[in-house]
Design a binder for this molecule. Structure first.
Ligand code: HEM
Length: 446
């Protein structure tokens, strides 16, 4: 739509009577105006969904990634021996679920032990809940979908009960410790411990709010990171120059030793900007797993300054900062805006000329993504653990085209990426996910 209209900075979409009229933002300067703090909106204009109080938590270098990352590697190694195709999304989702379980609640959820039936009930219920949304592309009103609606409600209650148990146990243990030692959370820095540290009495309201926060963290904290990892590994598999570059970068960081234990021990030293920009480029630029919408309250008189200088009033509208438009804007990224070119973030010539506001993978302003450091660190560790050790090969959708000798064909028009048969695309499964779950095979790197 945007292209057909000549890529306007703002595109009005009249969604009445289904929803309030919406404006789609394709310009990063306007997106910045809509996410920053102002005297009227000290935490930026309100989000269209219910608001979430910010829980502050500290993320330092942590062995969490290495423990769970090593298990992820073991699973890939086992699959490399069988040569069977598998859903990479399933594996990355289970990995990121384990990580977020530990970070939010210090719980070992065992999501990666799913095949042995050892996954926690919470993981199984969450998976079932996500499944209950799969294939539901029309977003039908509940009356037209009563069976699914009932199932979702039942699973949601079941998850709430489990979370309430976890919260009660944690509160009791913190309280006991406090009595014994006279100090709050001790060494614990999980989201849950920090949320409960000053809570003397677990009232129904505190319980509800805490469970709500946990649910948000558990979902937001595993979903997008799993999608990012799947896309990043796939894109590297079809872009040989990027794979060579990332392997060379890892060689420089770690020397010749590609063993997972050496890399896992180095969690904290993986702070190279280049590596994480590479990880994000494809995912966030072209196929963002989610987006953000703000609801401008009627009567607030909020206006934004357009590129030609005039003020546009957005009073009463939903505004949607459209990452896939902003991240592929030729005015910012030049004629190669639509290409997968992670090196644009490395090159001294170009990276300095990309304005900070044009990079919005986690959005910006006071209500931006609270988990971005965690996601970045997790992506860096997983990339470091896998990129030199494995070769991935997509099957089905998005598989590379091979010549008579079985060699992948390079596509000159696509900046040296491999040609693919049918491009893989995203479908809505609560957030956007690769259509086929990213079916892939893996082998040890040659
Ligand atoms: C690649 C991974 C991730 C991406 C691309 C991503 C992206 C986003 C985006 C675009 C938003 C909306 C921000 C806004 O409306 O301004 C958001 C919000 C949020 N994200 Fe993430 N996120 C990721 C990982 C995580 C992780 C690991 C966590 C948890 C630890 C997390 C927790 C949240 C929460 C709680 C919010 C709501 C913040 C609020 O409303 O104040 N996200 N994320």
């Amino acid at each position: 739509m945007s292209q057909a209209l000549g890529r306007p900075s703002l595109m009005f979409v009249d969604l009445r009577p289904i929803s309030r009229p919406m404006v789609v933002v394709g310009d990063h300067n306007i997106a910045d105006q809509l996410t920053r703090a102002t005297p009227t909106f000290p935490t930026s204009p309100p989000k269209s969904s219910r608001s979430l109080a910010r829980l502050q938590y500290m993320m330092g270098p942590t062995p969490i990634f290495s423990t769970h990352g090593l298990l992820f590697i073991e699973r890939l190694e086992a699959l490399s021996k069988t040569g069977d195709s598998f859903s990479l999304m399933k594996l990355t989702t289970q990995l990121t679920f384990d990580v977020i379980g530990k970070v939010t609640m210090e719980a070992d959820l065992g999501a990666q032990h799913d095949s042995q039936g050892e996954a926690d009930d919470l993981v199984q219920s969450f998976e079932a809940l996500v499944d209950a949304y799969n294939g539901d592309r029309l977003n039908l009103p509940w009356r037209l979908n009563p069976g699914k609606t009932r199932r979702r409600a039942a699973l949601s209650i079941c998850i709430t009960n489990m979370l309430q148990n976890i919260v009660s146990r944690k509160h009791a243990s913190l309280h006991d410790k406090k009595g014994e030692e006279g100090k709050g959370t001790g060494s614990s820095r999980s989201v849950l411990s920090m949320a409960l540290q000053d809570v003397e009495t677990l009232t129904p309201r505190v319980m509800d709010e805490t469970c709500d926060q946990l649910r948000t963290f558990l979902f937001a904290g595993h979903d997008a990171t799993a999608t990012l990892l799947s896309w990043a590994l796939y894109e590297l598999s079809r872009t040989p120059r990027a794979l060579r570059a990332i392997r060379a970068e890892l060689d420089t960081l770690f020397g010749g030793d590609a063993s997972p234990t050496v890399i896992a021990r180095a969690d904290g030293s993986l702070a190279t900007d280049a590596l994480h920009r590479r990880c994000h480029q494809r995912n966030a630029a072209f196929t963002p797993p989610g987006g953000t919408a703000r609801a401008i309250p009627p009567g607030s008189g909020l206006t934004v300054r357009m590129p030609d200088g005039h003020q546009q009033c957005l009073d009463g509208l939903l505004v949607y900062n459209c990452q896939s438009l902003i991240h592929t804007d030729p005015n910012t990224f030049g004629p190669s805006a639509g290409d997968f070119a992670p090196e644009r973030w490395l090159s001294a010539d170009t990276s300095g000329s990309i304005p900070a506001g044009a990079w919005r993978a986690f959005e910006r302003g006071p209500r931006n993504c609270i988990g971005q450091e965690l996601a970045n660190m997790e992506a860096r560790v997983v990339m470091a653990l896998t990129a030199r050790r494995f070769d991935f090969c997509k099957v089905g959708l998005g598989a590379v085209v091979r010549d008579e000798d079985g060699r992948p064909r390079l596509d000159a028009a696509q900046q040296g990426r491999y040609q693919v048969g049918e491009e893989i695309y995203m479908v809505r499964q609560i957030t956007s996910k690769p259509a086929d779950g990213m079916m892939i095979t893996v082998g040890l790197a040659k």
